[in-house]
Design a protein around this ligand. Structure first.
Ligand SMILES: [Zn+2]
Length: 551
């Protein structure tokens, strides 16, 4: 089947194409070089903007904590029921939409690939089953390590790096993961031994290892195993005023190796002013700018009701008192991390929330290189992903941004540089942030661009000066060459694939893993391991082989 998108303007920053007038051709779900052959279907785009499908590298869309959040926040689906006359019964929801609605809402915005950033080993099978239920999106999941007893035991016993690498490789393969996420390195484990705070160089009360050594050990493991995406780090002291120092020290702790800092906004707080809460975005952005090995996503706060769901129970435990509405869940499964779910409403008239909003935007505007910063709200933690078009307008339209700023809590306005920043993102930069750059940092060579060989994930937007309106409703969205959205509405749902990484590792670890599962885990190692045919209703994963690098 040959599809021709005729007369559009192509925005493909991966190949330096900035609104280039040319046709895009798709054959059997892939982009091909333009031909004179007769197309089976032709769309006349009349100068509309053509971009690759959007890629979100950090959005909580599947796994145990999202199901708990859905159960806790029934009012979310009452407040946002599915639209009458919708193409499919997707179930609705906004902060915690159903799996089906997650796929529908993302594809209406022009996204075609989304990564779940916090899959816990004991929940991996459930996360994969849920991802298979999300239509129109390719997915993948980052496995949470760094608070797991097996790893901390190895480290406390002085294990060699090769043994750590073998363990990490085994876990990635067994859980069908794509990358490694660390949440509050060692801190969630320390919480279980009654620690309530952990600094970068503070020893775990039980294992004696520090967050710095956990981080550095796993950075080495990921590098040596050759995983495509660097360590995806949710650092220490999330949300704590004064965590700016920890964040700066963490960037330096990478010692030049690749490291991705996620939801950086929540880690950029100083203690200046009479309220002892201030923005450190400028200092942190400056250090990010100086360290090309560092990439970040923002975790922008957007005003309104949402729910926070995190493996960082040390942090969620601190916040349980400010839940809105007043209810929360904290739990642990198999001691391999934890989970805290707390509903929260970000208010523009709250000093702290207004300043969080400003800090996120300061980071976006002060980090120079759009290839190393990504557009996220840490859905749903900073706000639902459906607010992305509004966020894009805030980045692209200074007057709009300043008008919003003028309505916020007065003291927060006085504490932010935002009003003095004149930068406006260009359309090219938005395409980098939401397509080209995430594809590159994830190692997905056939995504995020529109050159021959790329997957047929292609989106058409009608250009409008109101960028929020433009990005709210994609005119056309193709997933693997199939038309799934027309004029902002779903016209078909198709199954995506799940990306997994497959590193080589020393299989001598197998015996140790079996023994560990027999001794300490509620299921056998052979049951923990997820087979290829269990993914995507039998279709299996899309495997990225890894080339390890010499230590
Ligand atoms: Zn997150």
């Amino acid at each position: 089947m040959r599809i021709r998108l005729k007369g559009g303007r192509v925005l493909d920053p991966a190949h330096g194409e900035s609104l280039v007038s040319r046709d895009v051709e798709l054959v059997d779900g892939r982009i091909v070089a333009g031909t004179d052959l007769k197309a089976d279907v032709e769309y006349d785009l009349g100068g509309d903007v053509v971009m690759a499908g959007g890629i979100d590298l950090h959005s909580h869309i599947a796994g145990g904590k999202m199901n708990l959040a859905r159960m806790l926040m029934q009012e979310d689906r009452r407040a946002f029921p599915e639209l009458p006359g919708a193409f499919c019964g997707c179930g609705g929801g906004r902060a915690v939409p159903t799996a089906h609605a997650t796929g529908c809402r993302y594809s209406e915005l022009g996204y075609t690939t989304v990564f779940e950033p916090a899959m816990v080993g004991a929940n991996a099978r459930g996360a994969h089953l849920e991802m298979a239920d999300i239509p129109n999106l390719d997915t993948g999941a980052y496995l949470v390590l760094g608070n797991d007893d097996f790893l901390l035991r190895l480290m406390a016993a002085g294990a060699k790096q090769e043994q750590i690498n073998a363990y990490v490789g085994w876990m990635v393969e067994a859980t069908q993961a794509f990358a490694i996420k660390i949440v509050n390195p060692g801190g969630i484990n320390a919480f279980k031994f009654n620690a309530r705070w952990m600094q970068l160089d503070e020893a775990n009360p039980h294992y004696g290892v520090t967050p710095r050594t956990v981080l550095q050990t796993l950075i080495r493991a990921v590098t040596e195993l050759g995983l495509p995406h660097p360590i995806h780090l949710h650092g220490c002291n999330l949300g704590v005023p004064g965590n700016d120092e920890t964040t700066l020290a963490t960037i330096l702790a990478a010692e030049g190796r690749r490291l991705h800092l996620t939801h950086l906004q929540f880690h950029s707080y100083g203690t200046e002013g009479d309220r002892k809460f201030s923005s450190s975005a400028a200092r942190i952005a400056e250090l990010v700018n100086k360290n090309p090995n560092i990439s970040v996503d923002v975790g922008q706060v957007m005003f309104g009701q949402t729910v926070t769901a995190s493996a960082d129970y040390m942090s969620q435990y601190r916040n349980r008192g400010i839940a809105t509405p007043k209810k929360s869940i904290g739990m642990d499964i198999e001691l391999d991390a934890a989970c805290g779910v707390i509903p929260f409403e970000y208010r523009d008239k709250s000093f702290v929330n207004a300043l969080q909003w400003a800090i996120g935007l300061e980071l976006f505007l002060l980090v120079d290189d759009p290839w190393r910063i990504f557009l996220t709200t840490d859905h749903p933690n900073g706000g639902p992903f459906t607010t992305y078009p509004h966020l894009i307008r805030l980045l692209m339209d200074r007057d709009f941004r300043n008008a919003q700023l003028a309505t916020l809590h007065k003291a927060a306005q006085a504490h932010t540089l935002l009003g003095q920043i004149s930068r406006e993102y260009s359309l090219d930069e938005i395409a980098i942030l939401t397509r080209a750059a995430p594809a590159r940092i994830l190692g997905l060579t056939d995504k995020g661009h529109l050159a021959p060989g790329g997957v047929g994930d292609v989106v058409v937007y009608a250009e409008e000066s109101d960028r929020e309106a433009m990005f709210s409703t994609a005119r056309l969205v193709f997933k693997d060459g199939r038309l799934v959205v027309k004029d902002g509405a779903i016209v078909e749902t198709v199954a995506g694939t799940t990306h997994v990484a497959r590193p080589e590792f020393d299989r001598g670890i197998e015996k140790d893993m079996q023994r560990w599962f027999d001794e300490a885990v509620g299921l056998k190692a052979s049951h923990f391991r997820i087979a290829d045919h269990e993914l995507r209703n039998g279709a299996g994963p899309t495997i990225l082989t890894c080339e390890g690098v010499a230590p």
